[in-house]
Design a protein around this ligand. Structure first.
Ligand code: GLY
Length: 362
C-alpha cells in the first residue's frame, strides 16, 4: 500500500491518503479506525452506486455502522447550491450528529458536493473521500477544495475543508469509459509538466490504458504526493497552488463556451496545456520543443491538443477575461519554463490574441 500524509500547519490538520488495489474491500475497517461513531452517511451518485454502493454499504455494516445511502443524479447539474437543502434533510433524517461521518463515494462532483455538505452540516462533520474517477483520485479528493455551482457560475460557493482520510482503490477505474480514463490522464500529465520531468518521461513510455494500469498505484501516488507538496506550502491557493492550474485558464474558458456539455474537463485542459505552451514558446517564454513533447504524450493517452473548431476562439476568449482566478483584475497564467518546471505569469487576455481568426461572421 502507498500511504501519504498531508500536513497543513495553517489549519492544524493532517490526514492520510491510502492507495492500494482492492482497498474498497477493506473500507469498513479503514473508516472504523478513524471514528468512535457507528453512524455514517454515504453520498454517491446512481452510476457509482450501481457498481460499488452495495459493497461499501456491506463493508461498513460489517463493522457495525448504521449506514444511510444518499444517492444523487450523476452529472455536474447535481453540484448546485439548490441541492443542499435536500442533502441536509436526508442527513437529518439519517440522524447524523456532529460526531458521525460522511463518506463521499464518487468522482469530482460527488467529492465536491458531499465535501461541502460535510463542511457546513452542523458546522462541520468528519469526511472520508473515496474517489472513484481517475481525475478525483489524482486531484479533487486531495487538497480540501469543496463547493458547489451557482446559476452565475461554477464553484462560486465552497470551502477549504479537509477529509479525515482519502481512500483510493485504483481497481475502481476499471469501470470507467476510455473517455473518462483519458480525462483523468490529462491531470496526471499536468503534474509531469509542472513538477517532474522524469515522471513526464515515464508517462510518454506507457503506450496504452493497460500499460498505465500496470503502474497505476505508483502513478496515483506520485500525483497525490506532488499535490501534497504544493498544498502544504499554499493551502489557500494564494501562490504556488496556482501552478496546479496549468492549462486551466483556457480549459475553463473552453468548457464554459461549450456549456460544460460538449467537452469534458480533462479534454479541455489538455487543449489548454498544449495551446498555451505553443503561445509561450512562440514568445520565447518556454523552451523550444516543449509543446511538441506535450502534444506527443497527450496523443498517446487519447487526448486532443487542439480545438476542432479554432474559429470558436473568437468567442472563447471572452470567457478567459471572466476567469474567476483573476487577482486584482490581473490574469495569472501558468507557463512552463520547460517540462517539469512552471511559473505563474501576470498578463491579460491579449496573451491569447494569436488564437483569434479572421473567419468570424460577427
Ligand atoms: N484542482 C486544483 C487545486 O486543487 O488547487
Amino acid at each position: 500500500m502507498n500511504e501519504l500524509k498531508v500536513r497543513l500547519p495553517q489549519s492544524s490538520v493532517s490526514y492520510e491518503i491510502k492507495i492500494e488495489k482492492g482497498l474498497l474491500q477493506k473500507v469498513g475497517k479503514e473508516v472504523a479506525q478513524l471514528t468512535k461513531s457507528r453512524r455514517v452517511a454515504v453520498i454517491t451518485d446512481r452510476n457509482v452506486d450501481s457498481y460499488y454502493g452495495a459493497r461499501v454499504e456491506q463493508q461498513l455494516a460489517d463493522e457495525g455502522f448504521e449506514v444511510s445511502m444518499i444517492v444523487l443524479q450523476p452529472g455536474e447539474q447535481t453540484k448546485t447550491f439548490s441541492m443542499m437543502p435536500l442533502i441536509f434533510s436526508q442527513l437529518i433524517e439519517a440522524g447524523l450528529t456532529r460526531s458521525d461521518v460522511i463518506v463521499a463515494l464518487g468522482g469530482g462532483v460527488i467529492g465536491d458536493i458531499a465535501g461541502f455538505a460535510a463542511s457546513s452540516y452542523l458546522r462541520g462533520i468528519d469526511l472520508v473521500q473515496i474517489p472513484t474517477s481517475l481525475l478525483a483520485q489524482v486531484d479533487s479528493s486531495v487538497g480540501g477544495k469543496v463547493g458547489v455551482d451557482l446559476p452565475e457560475g461554477k464553484n462560486l460557493v465552497g470551502a477549504f475543508y479537509h477529509p479525515t482520510q482519502v481512500i483510493i482503490d485504483p481497481e475502481v477505474l476499471n469501470t470507467l469509459t476510455d473517455h473518462y480514463f483519458a480525462d483523468g490522464m490529462a491531470e496526471v500529465i499536468k503534474y509531469g509538466c509542472i513538477w517532474d520531468a522524469a515522471f513526464f518521461d515515464s508517462l510518454s513510455k506507457l503506450e496504452s490504458r493497460d500499460a498505465v494500469m500496470t503502474e497505476i498505484e505508483w502513478i496515483i501516488a506520485r500525483c497525490c504526493d506532488i499535490k501534497r507538496e504544493v498544498v502544504e506550502q499554499d493551502e489557500k491557493d494564494k501562490g504556488m497552488r496556482m501552478l496546479l492550474n496549468f492549462g486551466h485558464t483556457l480549459g475553463h474558458a473552453i468548457e464554459a463556451y461549450y456549456h460544460y456539455e460538449n467537452i469534458t474537463h480533462g479534454h479541455a485542459v489538455a487543449i489548454g496545456m498544449a495551446t498555451l505552451t505553443e503561445i509561450s514558446e512562440a514568445r520565447q517564454l518556454t523552451e523550444a520543443g516543449t509543446a511538441d513533447q506535450i502534444r506527443h504524450v497527450l496523443k498517446m493517452h487519447q487526448l486532443p491538443s487542439e480545438l476542432e473548431d479554432p474559429k470558436a476562439y473568437n468567442d472563447i476568449l471572452s470567457f478567459v477575461s471572466k476567469d474567476k482566478k483573476q487577482l486584482n483584475n490581473q490574469l495569472h497564467v501558468v507557463l512552463l519554463n520547460s517540462i517539469g518546471s512552471a511559473a505563474t505569469h501576470q498578463t491579460d487576455v491579449s496573451f491569447f490574441e494569436s488564437l483569434r481568426t479572421g473567419g468570424q461572421d460577427h
